[in-house]
Design a protein around this ligand. Sequence first.
Ligand code: TYD
Length: 139
Amino acid sequence: MDPHYSNVGDCRLVELPQIRNSAGNLTALNGGQDIPFPIARVYYIYDVPGGSVRGGHAHRDLLQIIISLSGSFEVVLDDGKTKKTISLNKPNIGLLVCPGIWRDLQNFSSGSVCLVLASLPYFEADYIRDYNKFLEWKF
Ligand code: TYD
């Protein structure tokens, strides 16, 4: 997919496998099988002060799956024309965010933990952190 033409409709929720038993649940994620890309990097966001907004950028090439491991938060997706707010609050649901989509993460509940599975290593040149530059790049 050309990230210049990606839109919020290309982002989708992915149901992650759950192994359930009376002692609790377990989710195992195999890159390329349970999620649609090989996993190059994992990071997680936690201890977010109330009212903080994170994200505030788009990626040129990176694909991500964003998961709420605990608590809840919202992801606002923006393709430059349309915005869509997705609430995440289940550890077995991931949000696939395509390249070329601006995202903000907001309304973190107290104690929430956000897990991100990324298709590429960290590479600052892949980020677009200025919204006007994002719009110029997109259109
Ligand atoms: P940033 O991507 O801006 O965080 P968020 O999108 O969650 O608000 O990253 C915050 C800081 O962490 C920034 O200085 C870059 C650094 N960082 C790494 O060093 N490696 C990583 O894999 C990530 C995601 C960020």
